[in-house]
Design a protein around this ligand. Structure first.
Ligand code: GSH
Length: 243
């Protein structure tokens, strides 16, 4: 059986759980507590040198990281039901969507880490913080942890991130859905799955007023259809603060 190292609230983990649920695949759940920096332990870094979740351990013991890559692997190895378009151009479009959404993660962190991550990180002493930062493999995430622990993002920064998510995600999705039923064609695909965890956060906290039928009618209908999928419930994409 697959073993998934993940977090219930982690956006990238949510993508993989959505994919597993659509495929009807069971997995053994290994929860990683980000506030305890479990993902920066030497053992975890050996499996994912990027020090982030999710990580999927395959049945043969090999493991994969990067949610988009994991989802593509699952779709290739378990083709039914398909989660990629049959057409190569649409498949390429799907990959561009995943890449695009990945590039927006910094804007999501500004909102997401203000919850339990900040609650814990603000309690660390300077010495503890310095020790923890040593194990964070990327400069960007070291900076994110430092900001979370010591210098909360300002309202101006939050607004800038909110605007980027609105333009980069909701406006783009609205436009794409004018061309096809789903983001990368007429089939629900990994492109849609890639956007789901981000849109969930926009809907519940970051920009709920933008999710209305008046502001983004196609996004609103697309979002309602996604939430009605049995896999959405199975993947436990619950409220961020209560998950
Ligand atoms: N591009 C990666 C992003 C993974 C990622 O950023 N995971 C977050 C949780 S959603 C994480 O582990 N954050 C902890 C940290 O950066 O210290 C993927 O899609 O798998």
């Amino acid at each position: 059986m697959y073993v998934l190292y993940h977090g219930w609230r982690s956006s990238a983990s949510r993508r993989v759980r959505l994919c597993l649920a659509e495929k009807g695949l069971a997995f053994e759940s290994k929860l990683i507590d980000l506030t305890k920096m479990e993902h920066h332990s030497p053992a975890f870094l050996k499996l994912n040198p990027n020090g982030v979740i999710p990580l999927l351990v395959l049945e043969d013991g090999r493991s994969l990281y990067e949610s988009g890559t994991i989802c593509e692997y699952l779709d290739e190895t378990h083709p039914e039901p398909p989660l990629s378009p049959a057409d190569p151009f649409e498949r390429a479009t799907m990959r561009n969507w995943i890449r695009h959404v990945d590039g927006l993660i910094g804007n999501l962190i500004i909102f997401n880490w203000a919850h339990s991550m900040a609650k814990t990180a603000t309690q660390w002493s300077d010495a503890e913080l310095a020790e923890k930062l040593k194990n964070v493999p990327s400069k960007e995430r070291r900076e994110a942890w430092l900001r979370t622990a010591r210098k909360p993002y300002t309202e101006e920064e939050r607004q800038e991130a909110r605007d980027k998510l609105k333009v980069g995600l909701l406006d783009r999705i609205e436009e794409a859905l004018g061309r096809s039923a789903w983001l990368a064609g007429d089939r629900y695909s990994l492109a849609d799955i890639g956007a789901v965890p981000f849109v969930k956060r926009l809907d519940e906290e970051i920009a709920p007023n933008e999710m209305t039928a008046a502001k983004h009618p196609r996004v609103a209908a697309w979002w309602a259809a996604i939430q009605a999928r049995p896999a959405f419930a199975a993947a436990r994409i619950g409220p961020f603060t209560a998950a």
